[in-house]
Design a protein around this ligand. Structure first.
Ligand code: GDP
Length: 301
């Protein structure tokens, strides 16, 4: 078994490669739930849905959000009748979210994901990191913002001064999944708002110390490939580079994969992490995703 920690953009690209080269039944994917909340009356667990859609080949992998080819009839009608939505939710995607909301009320989030995953024909185990909602606040130069207001309404433009999120309890089974895995892969997801919430769950960092852990840097050069990761790292005083990423995972990481463009940082990163692999980490086509996945799998002892 291999466990992967995932957010909703960088790691799902890697999952597309991993599921081509190993049996998806051997994958457990622990997914960030930090940004989960209710919108338009339905529960939105964006990263979980992205992972569900990725593993069932439904993902809109231009946006890394929603279902490819989806329509937006309900979303547009809501706007027409004076009920605009902050999130642009597609019709098929909305059906998934309505079903998840109903299942959650009956069984809780983990079981809801398990049922949906099975319905979508996914062989991997997908575990939301927590059953509880976390509260995340972005402190900016224009004041305190909710995460989605920062991301969507303000298009990640304000200067970030600080980020705070509340503690939540891990879902049952996460620590066992880590302990029973040959390796844990930390995908190239946002280290602050996707990976750090998983790492801060009680017992996770300790369990990782006894497991082979491989991470891929989401930072290339001095910027993130996409999204606000670099802004968040800067706000928290972390060097925006693969060196900064390495420092965040220093206490448990065995191998870090950094991009060819960061060859000059290899020596510095190596002072923090025992093994550094330098390769192409830009996953802009299936071959690149499969190549990176293979390099990672080959690193597992
Ligand atoms: P979110 O939940 O949508 O914020 O997505 P994630 O946290 O999973 O991913 C965001 C991170 O993925 C960003 O920091 C990007 O730099 C990183 N990322 C996206 N695509 C790639 C890629 O092809 N290669 C690498 N190395 N990082 C990527």
């Amino acid at each position: 078994m291999i466990t992967v920690f995932s957010g909703g953009t960088g790691t799902p690209k890697l999952l597309q490669g991993l599921k081509e080269i190993i049996d998806p039944a051997n994958l457990t994917i622990v997914v960030n739930t930090l940004e989960n909340d209710y919108f338009s009356g339905v529960y939105v667990s964006a990263d979980i849905d992205t992972v569900l859609y990725t593993m069932s080949d439904l993902i809109n992998d231009e946006l890394w959000y929603g279902v490819k080819g989806d329509t937006f009839i309900t979303h547009e009608r809501l706007e027409e009748i004076g009920c605009p939505e902050l999130l642009r939710i597609g019709d098929i995607d909305r059906a998934t979210k309505i079903q998840k909301t109903q299942l959650m009320k009956k069984y809780g989030l983990s079981k809801a994901c398990e049922i949906q995953s099975k319905n979508m024909g996914i062989a991997s185990r997908i575990i939301p990191m927590s059953e509880e909602n976390s509260d995340i606040k972005i402190f900016t130069d224009i004041g305190e913002l909710e995460f989605h207001d920062f991301l969507i309404k303000h298009q990640s433009q304000p200067e970030v001064l600080d980020i705070k999120f509340s503690d939540v309890n891990p879902t049952d089974g996460i620590i066992d999944a880590i302990k029973n895995s040959q390796a844990v892969i930390i995908g190239p997801s946002n280290p602050i708002t996707s990976i750090s919430p998983i790492l801060s769950l009680e017992g996770v960092r300790e369990a990782l110390k006894d497991t082979h852990v491989i991470a891929v840097s989401p930072i290339i050069g001095s910027d993130s490939v996409s999204g606000p990761a670099s802004k968040f790292m800067k706000a928290l005083g972390i060097d925006v580079s693969s060196v900064g990423v390495a420092s965040l995972y220093e206490d448990f990481l065995d191998t870090i994969v950094i991009d060819n463009k960061d060859e000059d940082k290899k020596v510095l990163v190596n002072q923090i992490i025992n093994k550094v692999i330098v390769t192409n980490t830009i996953m802009n086509n299936l071959d690149a995703k499969k190549n990176l996945a293979k390099i990672i799998i080959d690193d597992i002892p």
